[in-house]
Design a protein around this ligand. Structure first.
Ligand code: 13P
Length: 248
């Protein structure tokens, strides 16, 4: 049985006040069957680490550099994140693929840096509306997933989480249906199985895109959906915890 993971991606939203409002209830929540992960913006990671230190809530960053150190102004190295007690790092989010023009090759470089520092990459994949309408969902998602699968060994891949986030569902209020999401998750798990059957059984596959307390239970009841990557609803502690409770 895979333990479900419910992750909050705060994106570029944070302040000391928001951090307290969100993390105090999360840190105090008891009796959840799933594991929680919160991903605040980089400057808030030390404060978040402090708040979460005696809890089982995992801390994640939203990105890391593709290089280990040096003259890269503004970049944040995976080693620095590890130093702060960060466990997970989101990579290849569609917003970074769109606005920072991140390619699969760059996401692979970043995942390599993260893995070398003992961080667990959460690699985001997903098709745009145009790609879905053109019948290219399968090809687009498999290309993004296989870039990672072919770059790393099973020992490394055991630390990788994939998050299927259809771009058209992000921040739109228009979630994929449980069946649509399950179909893509099954496809991803099959691609992993072609490389390593045991790895496929263990792999955590999250769904992201307009997950709310109202639709979470039906999404999480699908056999290949192992939790969620939550954007907007993770900025409300009540909503986020209601989603976590829907994970069983
Ligand atoms: P929303 O939950 O706001 O649609 O965002 C999803 C997302 O992009 C999480 O990474």
């Amino acid at each position: 049985m895979r333990q479900k993971l419910v992750a909050g991606n705060w994106k570029m939203n944070a302040s000391r006040e928001l951090l307290e409002r969100l993390l105090d209830p999360v840190a105090q929540e008891k009796g959840l069957a799933c594991r929680l992960l919160v991903c605040p913006p980089h400057p808030y990671l030390p404060l978040a680490a402090e708040k979460l230190k005696s809890t089982d809530v995992a801390l994640g960053a939203q990105d890391c550099a593709a290089t280990p150190e040096g003259a890269y102004t503004g970049e944040v190295a995976a080693s620095m994140l590890a130093d702060l007690g960060v466990e997970y790092v989101l990579l290849g989010h569609s917003e970074r693929r769109q606005y920072q023009k991140e390619t699969d090759a760059l996401v692979v470089e970043k995942a390599g840096q993260a893995l070398a520092q003992g961080l667990k990459p959460v690699v985001c994949v997903g098709e745009t509306l145009g790609e879905r309408e053109a019948g290219k969902t399968r090809d687009v998602v498999l290309e993004q997933v296989k870039a990672i699968l072919t770059a790393f060994s099973s020992e490394e891949l055991v630390k990788v989480v994939f998050a299927y986030e259809p771009v058209w569902a992000i921040g739109t209020g228009l979630s994929a249906s449980p069946e649509e999401a399950q179909e893509v998750h099954a496809l991803i798990r099959k691609a992993i199985a072609e490389q390593d059957g045991q790895l496929a059984e263990q792999a955590l596959l999250l769904y992201g895109g307009s997950v709310k307390a109202e639709n979470a239970a039906s999404l999480f009841s699908m056999p290949d959906i192992d939790g969620g990557l939550i954007g907007g609803a993770s900025l409300d502690a009540g909503q986020f915890l209601a989603i976590a409770h829907a994970a069983g």
